[in-house]
Write a protein that binds this ligand. Structure first.
Ligand code: ATP
Length: 235
């Protein structure tokens, strides 16, 4: 579904991605793990056109997208939930969801998807008329994921969904990520510092160090890998 081929990305003269090649198949959950500053966020930014690669190719469903604008990439069916859950604090929960559906015209479908989201996150349902800015961190993360889902993406990009959340909430968020993948067959590309949780829900994983992919394998194998255990699982 998505393929990065030898991608190099820069911030001015600083090279953040070096020869990055990755593959995401339809229906998979892929986790990209790595330390602070490894280049994980930049990978997502390159996919969605915010930091376009200087060389290499990014293919979505076989077509090159590395020269498209972010709007065009979103319209192809790729949605991103950025780090820090940038919801609209002055809009209600329902209004935030409406913003996620701004490219859609199918009113009945939008309504149906909203109801699905309120089933997925009952806590958001009970806070429909509350302003986004008054929600807890975990609820805001749920809202940010929900808003991205309202665009009915075929590929959902999640940047550090567990950041700054309590363990119980983190577990809930990862359960929902698995549920979204299974129930709506949404392909998910997850970037995480919480390697343990991220690899537990993923089918396959990639490890990034200093802008390069240094390992890739079935997620269950990475969880058992001694180097991964030492560097990322605190074992
Ligand atoms: P984190 O988990 O801290 O977000 P990350 O793995 O997502 O880390 P990136 O944010 O992709 O890492 O950063 C990769 C490299 O690019 C780092 O060295 C970082 O300092 C640099 N970088 C990121 N954003 C910019 C920017 N806007 N301008 C210059 N350099 C940047």
């Amino acid at each position: 579904m998505l393929e990065l081929r030898h991608v190099d990305s820069f911030y001015g003269s600083i090279q953040a991605l070096r020869d990055v090649s990755m593959r995401v198949e339809q229906g998979e959950i892929i986790s990209l793990i790595g330390a602070n500053g490894a280049g994980k966020t930049t990978t997502l930014m390159s996919i969605c056109g915010v930091v376009p690669p200087r060389s290499g190719e990014i293919l979505f469903e076989g077509k090159p997208i590395q020269e498209l604008s972010t709007d065009q990439i979103v319209a192809l069916g790729i949605s991103q939930v950025p780090e820090g859950r940038l919801i609209f604090p002055g809009l209600t929960v329902t209004e935030n969801l409406d913003m996620g559906a701004f490219l859609r015209r199918d009113r009945a479908g939008i309504k149906r998807d909203q109801e699905y989201i309120y089933e997925l996150f009952p806590i958001l349902s009970s806070r429909r008329r509350q302003f986004g800015g008054t929600l807890s961190g975990g609820e805001q993360q749920m809202l940010a994921i929900s808003r991205a889902l309202m665009a009915r993406p075929r590929l959902l990009l999640l940047d550090e969904p567990s950041l700054g959340l309590a363990p119980l909430i983190i577990r809930q968020i990862f359960e929902i990520i698995e549920k979204i993948n299974k129930e709506s067959n949404t392909t998910i590309f997850l970037v995480e510092q919480n390697a343990n949780q991220a690899l537990k829900v993923a089918h396959r994983g990639y490890v990034m160090e200093n802008g390069r992919i240094t390992m890739s394998d079935v997620a269950a194998h990475l969880l058992e890998n001694e180097d991964v255990k030492k560097a990322y699982l605190g074992l």
